[in-house]
Design a protein around this ligand. Structure first.
Ligand code: CDP
Ligand code: MG
Length: 887
């Protein structure tokens, strides 16, 4: 696929492109006054003229009505040869009844909002309407963005099937894979993929229509795409390259798009499609289980299966580990033998748990976690690994429970042998596509389907035959404290809108029932709508991506929901301190300075950083990584910091006394292994950086096998991810480096002593704002402060986590990856830095004085492969720094 990880920074050389970006920037700056979005009516003609001869005029034999003909617009109708049964099923979809209205609105308006209940046919039919109306028969193709990879893949396959066209024509592109060809006419993709394409071609000239699907989910990239397209579409039309924008949403709040003058000066028409929804009876629980809701879900599902008439069951949980837990218990309670020809994972689960474990491990190989379209790796953040922009709902994949399936027995009551077997299927974003596809296939005759899902099944996918929904009422989200930078994953209550959406999944084909694992009083306390993701995450990665698009005044950007000014300011400051943005002037009128602080242009370093699929702090490390041949090590460290946790949890509770003594023996051995990785002698004092590097190096040297990982307490899935990411980051770095590429062998030789020093300095340069100084004896105001550290942003001290290599010998200065709040404020992934490096490498934190004499081998910020320097005080640190000699 063309939008691989290699970012194309060369587009800056393209004058036309630059001009368009500038135009957009300008246009955007004056947003709110410009109302020039009226469209020329000639665009359908343009499409028609450029179309290929294979188009035929609509004729009487066509099975259905084509677009309404207008005198000035020749009807373009591209016939689609559907199977009769498909055509019949389509005709029952609510959107089919509105096709004429919808297509007329599309013709008359540059942008429309199409709103309809999930299952009404928006995703599968809208691309087909547009295709038949000739929107893909000229130069441009039809693009559809999905916030989830699952949906992009499965919907492209479904539409290809419905249209009886090969996947070379109806294709998909997601971060790591795709089947797009030059013949592609309809392209499903994740929103992040389209964002990357905008960076290459601002006008998206390859497309005649963009459909933004699932806009109600308000994923960060969807929001930004809508903001960008609200400007790109008028610009395209002004240039005589007509383009349409279709925003599709479930029937949730759309006012953020339509009642937003900054976004659309003249509001786009909203077309509502009524779905045939059967009544759903809602059954609230009398009490609300707070502790073991997963167990309650299991019991409730068992009960439904034993006592209620036939009909599929859809269970909503918060994450992958819970899904597996419940699947396993249900399968155990209601064993179901598949035919011998079917080697699905279900059967093996029963045969042999060890085998099941291995399957999971295999699955891990197939399921990437890091994606540019899913910026989840902020050191202080959200994750999907994708880290970050956790476009996926089940980021919990990294929380370490999936390989240790405890052996708790199901309640004996639940083992009753029901007359109908239960056919249990898991569903979550990262599940292998073949496994996901099973939910759409007919379940084996004489069984009851039970899909155990994360909220991926809430809106994007419609599972046939669901009559019962069991809703835990919760959702897993990453929380981030903007002020302190402290982050945590939390399972919290969902919103009323989401809970109702989940309930609605049961009334698609007949009246349904929704069992809620919470009381109606608790429901009353839910917020009405879920917040847009952009309001609850750090935005430095987005700000950098937008600056790379030359959108300097991010505050003026027409966000459907704007992040807070505070979050934008914090992002801008961090990016300036990393050298990704130019510094604002320090002299002049206060007002001007304040304004300039929010519109710093991107630097060449910033452009390079924007092309790396990691958070800006890590991107800075990569940009500096070529010095002293450190790059392979920097890549390994960044990759291992980006996956959430590389070690198995040594503190995990034991199931029995027996296991407990085994675990504690094991723990001692694994701790020793970590100490070995941390290095010997003086390098023992360097910290977790060395542990990460040692673990990755040793694991690769041993061939990265599941056995090696198990023996050494490493999470196999994480190690496989690291390997994949190392390859990807190597390509990304090679793409921006002018002087030849680096070759990264999966096996690394240990770094030399000087490389280690260089690496530690690179870490300091990237994590500079995560610098902490040990509290001195005389500063201790409270005995609890002992061994605590001071950081610029937190009033209270933070501590080195007991799992850190530095726990027993805390150095004076450290940098940390993130602060996680558990029983205490703990710094995770802590590495020692030398005090004398600070004024040299983080001059922006220092008050005065020239750099110290440089002990070799100095990392020199200004001679890095990519220029990077920040030489002035942009913000002041709240605590004294090491003394700097005055010249
Ligand atoms: O996008 P929206 O939620 O409005 O509906 P859709 O995804 O286009 O689905 C329309 C119908 O197609 C649903 O009622 C599904 O039953 C059916 N469908 C299916 O049977 N198999 C798929 N892989 C996708 C959709
Ligand atoms: Mg849909």
């Amino acid at each position: 696929g063309e939008e691989s990880s290699d970012a194309d920074t060369s587009s800056d050389d393209d004058d036309d492109d630059g001009e368009e970006k500038a135009a957009l920037s300008e246009h955007q700056a004056s947003a709110g006054q410009e109302t020039d979005v009226k469209q020329e009516p000639k665009e359908v003609e343009a499409v028609a003229h450029s179309s290929e001869p294979k188009e035929v005029e609509k004729s009487a034999q066509q099975p259905k009505d084509g677009p309404v003909r207008k005198p000035s617009q020749p009807a373009v109708f591209v016939p689609v040869d559907r199977m009769p049964e498909i055509q019949e099923a389509r005709l029952r979809l609510p959107v089919l009844a509105e096709e004429q209205v919808i297509m007329e609105a599309v013709r008359e308006n540059p942008c429309i909002v199409l709103c309809g209940e999930t299952g009404s046919g928006k995703t599968t039919q809208m691309p087909q309407f547009l295709y038949e109306a000739g929107y893909a028969s000229g130069k441009g193709i039809i693009g559809i963005t999905e916030p989830r990879r699952v949906a992009a893949v499965s919907m492209s396959q479904r539409v290809a099937m419905e249209m009886n066209l090969p996947t070379q024509v109806v294709s998909y592109q997601i971060r790591y894979e795709g089947n797009v060809t030059t013949d592609t006419k309809i392209k499903f993709m994740t929103d992040g993929v389209l964002l990357k394409e905008i960076q290459k071609d601002f006008l998206l000239q390859h497309y005649s229509v963009i459909i933004i699907d699932e806009a109600h989910e308000r994923s960060v990239y969807t929001d930004i795409l809508i903001g960008l397209l609200s400007r790109i579409v008028p610009l395209r039309n002004k240039k005589g390259l007509p383009m349409k924008l279709i925003i599709m949403s479930a029937t949730l709040r759309v006012e953020d798009f339509t009642d937003n003058k900054k976004l659309f000066p003249s509001p786009p028409p909203v077309i509502k499609v009524d779905a045939r929804q059967f009544p759903v009876s809602i059954h609230f629980n009398k009490r609300t289980p707070m502790e073991d809701y997963v167990g309650e879900i299991f019991h409730k599902t068992c009960k439904i299966h034993r006592m209620l008439p036939p009909g599929g069951i859809l269970v909503f949980l918060t994450g992958q580990a819970e899904v597996h837990d419940v699947c396993r218990r249900l399968r155990k309670a209601f064993p179901f033998r598949r035919s011998t020809t079917d080697t699905g994972e279900e059967e093996e689960t029963f045969k042999d748990t060890r085998r099941f474990k291995k399957d999971k491990q295999k699955q891990a190989v197939a399921l990437p976690r890091i994606h540019l379209d899913n910026y989840s790796a902020l050191p202080v953040d959200e994750g999907d690994e994708d880290r970050l922009a956790g476009v996926d709902d089940d980021e919990c994949g990294y929380e370490g429970c999936e390989l240790d399936l405890g052996e708790d027995e199901g309640d004996p009551d639940e083992k009753a042998d029901p007359s109908i077997p239960l056919y249990v299927l898991p569903l979550y974003s990262l599940l292998a596509p073949e496994q996901q596809a099973k939910v759409f296939q007919a379940s084996p005759a004489g069984t009851r389907l039970c899909v155990v899902a994360t909220n991926v099944a809430e809106t994007s996918l419609t599972i046939p035959g669901i009559k019962y929904v069991v809703d835990c009422g919760r959702v897993k989200k990453r929380y981030y404290d903007r002020v302190t930078g402290v982050s945590s994953f939390k399972v919290s209550w969902t919103s009323q809108a989401s809970a109702n959406q989940r309930a609605g999944r049961s009334g698609r084909t007949e009246p349904g029932h929704c069992y809620r694992l919470f009381s109606s009083a608790v429901f009353g306390d839910f917020s009405e709508f879920s917040e847009a993701e952009i309001t609850r995450r750090p935005v430095e990665d987005l700000v950098l991506q937008m600056k790379d698009l030359n959108i300097d005044k991010v505050v003026n950007f027409p966000f459907p929901t704007a992040p807070s000014g505070e979050a934008l300011m914090a992002a801008e400051q961090l990016l300036v301190s990393l050298g990704a943005l130019e510094e604002p002037p320090r002299t002049g009128r206060v007002k001007d300075i304040e304004r300039a602080k929010l519109s710093c242009p991107v630097t060449p370093l910033g452009r390079a950083m924007a092309s790396f699929p990691v958070a800006p702090r890590f991107a800075k490390m990569l940009a500096l990584g070529r010095q002293q041949d450190c790059l392979p090590y920097v890549i390994a460290v960044v990759a291992s910091m980006t996956v959430r946790e590389i070690f198995e949890d040594l503190e995990r509770p034991a199931a029995s006394e027996d296991e407990s003594s085994k675990l504690s023996q094991n723990k001692a051995r694994l701790m020793q292994m970590r100490r070995l990785w941390a290095g010997q002698g003086p390098s023992l004092l360097l910290g977790d950086l060395m542990v990460l590097l040692g673990a990755v190096g040793a694991c690769e040297y041993a061939g990265c096998t599941p056995q090696f990982c198990e023996t050494n307490g490493l999470r196999y899935k994480a190690m496989v991810e690291i390997r994949r990411l190392r390859g990807q980051l190597t390509n990304a770095v090679n793409a921006v480096c002018s002087e030849g590429g680096v070759f990264v062998d999966s096996k690394m030789a240990p770094p030399t002593e000087s490389q280690v020093i260089c690496l530690r300095q690179i870490l300091l340069a990237g994590l500079g704002d995560h610098l902490a100084r040990r509290i001195r004896e005389e500063e201790i105001l409270d005995p609890k402060w002992k061994n605590g550290y001071k950081t610029p942003l937190l009033d209270d001290p933070v501590f080195i986590h007991p799992s850190s290599a530095l726990f027993k010998k805390p150095p004076e200065f450290v940098v940390y990856q993130e602060v996680m709040e558990t029983t205490k404020m703990y710094m995770r992934v802590v590495s020692a830095v030398e005090p004398e490096w600070i004024p040299q490498l983080l001059p922006q934190y220092c008050h005065y004085g020239p750099p110290l004499e440089t002990p070799a081998p100095w990392l020199c910020p200004s001679t890095g492969t990519i220029r990077s320097h920040c030489t002035s005080t942009f913000y002041r640190v709240a605590w004294p720094l090491p003394a700097v000699e005055k010249a």
